[in-house]
Write a protein that binds this ligand. Structure first.
Ligand code: MN
Length: 251
């Protein structure tokens, strides 16, 4: 992912394996030259994702165990651990304390703690982390179980407060921002306030839509333009900053 081929964008959280044709979705991301982190929701998906991204130039796969699936799949944690040595990127992982998933929160905490501890042990991993209605708990756990010199967290679709964002930045976290985040005044305020050197972009496709269709890495210019508008700087500056930030994250 560090090749100097003048990339046109970054999609640091996209579920390419959830599009109707996984292989074609990877091919489209490659063709559009968007550095794409293709996150997974269960470790069972890892072998196929890993295989399909072995020789890709712009697309990388991440090993995940989604907090919304922990209720049914916490027994796959050992599988996640088994695959970890093969993965530089980890995600989607984290906590979800929303009403639908609150019941499994204790189990989610156990899984996320293990994920952070194993990543700390292995060192050098980059994590894409979900933190719905659980930002303080997620940050507490990162602080406690993943020391800054042992791994880097990218907070995906962050919806915490400005002060929580500052705390996250102080812990070394990055933020992957998607188009949905700047649809509300509160979201715009947050995105305008994020430290410039920690901003990345994402689609979280296919869960977000552009013109009524599932967003794809190739739609990244829409996100760039929205961030540029919110921060009142030219789009090309945001695009450049995101590239520089990605390089910094990977080095
Ligand atoms: Mn996601």
């Amino acid at each position: 992912m560090t090749e100097n081929l003048c990339p046109v964008g970054v999609d640091f959280h996209c579920h390419l394996d959830l599009y109707p044709d996984h292989k074609a979705a990877i091919a489209r991301a490659e063709a559009s030259r968007i550095y794409t982190l293709s996150v997974t929701t269960t470790p069972r998906a890892w072998p196929r994702n890993h295989e399909l991204t072995r020789d890709t130039h712009y697309v990388r796969a991440a090993l995940g165990l989604h907090p919304q699936l922990v209720a049914e799949r916490s027994d796959e944690l050992s599988l996640w651990e088994r695959y970890l040595p093969e993965a530089r990127y980890v995600g989607e992982v984290g906590l979800d304390a929303g009403p639908r998933f609150y019941k499994s929160l204790e189990s989610q905490r156990h899984v996320f703690r293990t994920v952070l501890e194993k990543c700390a042990e292995a060192a050098g991993k980059i994590l894409s982390v979900h933190s719905v209605r659980s930002v303080p708990a997620v940050l507490d756990m990162i602080e406690r179980y993943l020391p800054r010199d042992r791994g880097v967290v990218v907070l995906h679709w962050f919806t915490g407060s400005k002060s929580e964002a500052r705390r996250a930045a102080a812990l070394g976290c990055y933020f992957s921002v998607n188009a949905e985040m700047v649809r509300s005044d509160r979201g715009c305020g947050l995105v305008a306030d994020l430290p410039m050197d920690r901003i990345l972009t994402e689609t979280d496709g296919p869960f977000t839509k552009i013109n009524g269709r599932p967003a794809e890495p190739s739609n990244m210019n829409v996100t760039i333009d929205l961030i540029a508008r919110v921060r009142n700087v030219p789009s090309h500056e945001i695009a450049k900053t995101v590239q520089v930030n990605l390089q910094a994250l990977l080095c």
